[in-house]
Design a protein around this ligand. Structure first.
Ligand code: FAD
Ligand code: UDP
Length: 381
C-alpha cells in the first residue's frame, strides 16, 4: 500500500487548487488522480487535428470580481484580455444577449432614444410577480412574455429538457437585462483568458515536488493500493456514497465540430457564440474557439452544442427535489471529517470557475485551521 498525506480525487479547478495549497502552504505529499486521461477537468483544452486550440468540454470564459482568485491563478499563467460577446439568432437576425437596448429595438421595431425609454418600454411589457418561483417568472417579471418566448423559452427547454417554469429562478437569472448598449456577456472587473490556455495553467499549478498526478485513474480502482489520512473529493457527491439515496441528476452535452477554411485569418462568426433559441434547431449554441483564444490561423473550428441526458455530468439540475436529495448526501458528508467535499459536483451547484477556485481556497484554509487547533476532528470515525 502506497501512503500519501492527502489523496485528491479530480484534477479540475477544485482538486488542483486544493493540491497546490496543501502541497505548498502545508507541506503535504499529495496524490491527485482523475479518471479522465487529462488534467484540468471540464476546463481542459487541447489542439485539434487542424492545430486549433479547442475547449474539450464546451466554451470556458474566465471572468471574476475576486482579487483572491486572480492573485492565486496569476502565479500560474499570464493573461490575454477577452470580453465575451454573444448574439442570438431570432427570426433570421442576430441580436445581442443579454437583452440590451439594441435587442429590444430590433425585436420590437421601436426607436428607444435612451435608457429611460428602454426602461419605460420594458416596464410596460413586464408582468410583475410577487415571488420569483421559477425561471419563467424570473424573465417574464423583467421583460414580459414576448422576449421571454423568443429568447429564453426554447433555449432553456433544449438545454435542460424542462420548461423554464420547472427550473429554479436562478438559472435564467444568470442572464441580466440591460437598458444600455453594453453588449458584453459579463461585466466583471477581470475578464481575461489564460494566455497559453487552461491546460498549460493547470500543468504549472500541479508542477510541485510534493504533488504526484495520475490521470486515467478512477478512485474506485486506485483506493485498494493507495491510502492517506485526508481525502479531497471533487467528483459527484452521490458517487462517493455509492448512490445510497439514489442518483443526483445531471444534464450533459454532446459536441459536433466543424472546421472551416478562413483565409487571411478571418473569423467565421461575428462573435464567439451564437445562441439558437429556436426549438426547431437541434443545437443550443455554436462557438468559434479562435474568438476566445485569439489564435491566428487560416482555418477555424466551431463547436455545435447539443444538450443530452446521458454522458459526462456537466450541469447539476437546479430543482427543489434535487436540492433536497443533495442535502441528504450533505448530511452524510458531515459524518466524514476526513473528507473535504469541494467543487461543482461535490457541492451539486451550478458554479463558475472563479467560484470553484474561491471555494477551494477557503476550504483548504478552514481545514488548515482545524488541523492546527483540533486535529482529532479531522479523523475518520
Ligand atoms: P470538474 O472540472 O468537473 O472536475 C472534477 C474532476 O473529477 C473531473 O475531471 C472528473 O473526471 C474527476 N472525477 C470524478 N469522479 C472521479 C472518480 N471517481 N475518480 C477519479 N476522478 C474523478 N465556468 C466559467 O467560469 N465560465 C464559463 O464560461 C464556463 N463555461 C462552462 C461551460 C460548460 C459547458 C460547462 C459544463 C461548465 C462551464 N463552466 C464555466 C463551469 C466550470 O466548468 C466549472 O466551474 C469548473 O470546471 C468546475 O471545476 P471542478 O473541479 O469543480 O469540476
Ligand atoms: N438562456 C436562455 N437563452 C440564452 C442564454 C441563456 O434561455 O440565449 C438560459 C438557459 O436556461 C441557460 C441559462 O440561461 O441554461 C444560463 O445561461 P448561461 O449562458 O449562463 O449558461 P452556461 O454558459 O452555463 O451554459
Amino acid at each position: 500500500m502506497e501512503t500519501f498525506d492527502a489523496i485528491i480525487v479530480g484534477a479540475g479547478f477544485a482538486g488542483s487548487v486544493c493540491a497546490r495549497q496543501m502541497a505548498q502552504e502545508h507541506g503535504l505529499r499529495v496524490l491527485v488522480i482523475d479518471r479522465r486521461p487529462h488534467i484540468a477537468g471540464n476546463a481542459h483544452d487541447a489542439l485539434d487535428a487542424h492545430g486549433i486550440l479547442c475547449h474539450t468540454y464546451g466554451p470556458h470564459i474566465f471572468h471574476t470580481n475576486a482579487a483572491l482568485v486572480t492573485n492565486f491563478l496569476s502565479r500560474f499563467t499570464n493573461w490575454r484580455p477577452y470580453e465575451h460577446r454573444v448574439v442570438a439568432e431570432v427570426d433570421g437576425r442576430f441580436v445581442p444577449v443579454p437583452i440590451n437596448r439594441t435587442t429590444v429595438q430590433a425585436l420590437h421595431s421601436v426607436e428607444l432614444a435612451d435608457e429611460s425609454d428602454v426602461i419605460a418600454h420594458l416596464d410596460a411589457l413586464a408582468e410583475p410577480r410577487a415571488n420569483l418561483r421559477n425561471s419563467e417568472d424570473a424573465v417574464v417579471a423583467k421583460v414580459g412574455r414576448d422576449l421571454y418566448e423568443r429568447l429564453f423559452r426554447g433555449y432553456t427547454r433544449k438545454q435542460w429538457a424542462l420548461d423554464p417554469s420547472e427550473l429554479h429562478a436562478s438559472v435564467c437569472a444568470r442572464i441580466p437585462v440591460r437598458t444600455n448598449d453594453d453588449d458584453r456577456y459579463f461585466t466583471d472587473k477581470f475578464q481575461q483568458m489564460p494566455a497559453d490556455g487552461y491546460t498549460a495553467m493547470f500543468e504549472r499549478m500541479l508542477d510541485h515536488p510534493n504533488i504526484e498526478v495520475r490521470v486515467g485513474t478512477a478512485y474506485q480502482d486506485a483506493c485498494g493500493s493507495v491510502t492517506a489520512p485526508q481525502l479531497v473529493w471533487t467528483g459527484p457527491i452521490d458517487a462517493f456514497f455509492h448512490y445510497r439515496f439514489g442518483r443526483l441528476p445531471y444534464r450533459s452535452l454532446r459536441f459536433e465540430y466543424e472546421t472551416r477554411a478562413t483565409p487571411g485569418g478571418r473569423l467565421a462568426q461575428p462573435v464567439a457564440s451564437v445562441n439558437y433559441p429556436n426549438e426547431r434547431i437541434g443545437y443550443t449554441r455554436v462557438t468559434e474557439f479562435r474568438h476566445l483564444t485569439g489564435q491566428v490561423a487560416d482555418s477555424s473550428t466551431l463547436a455545435y452544442e447539443f444538450s443530452v441526458s446521458d454522458g459526462e455530468p456537466y450541469y447539476p439540475i437546479p430543482q427543489a427535489q434535487n436540492r433536497e436529495l443533495f442535502h441528504r448526501y450533505e448530511a452524510l458528508a458531515k459524518s466524514r471529517p476526513d473528507v473535504l467535499f469541494v467543487g461543482r459536483l461535490a457541492r451539486y451547484q451550478y458554479l463558475n470557475m472563479d467560484q470553484v477556485v474561491a471555494g477551494a481556497l477557503v476550504a483548504v484554509d478552514r481545514w488548515a485551521q482545524v488541523r492546527q487547533s483540533a486535529p482529532q476532528l479531522l479523523r475518520a470515525a
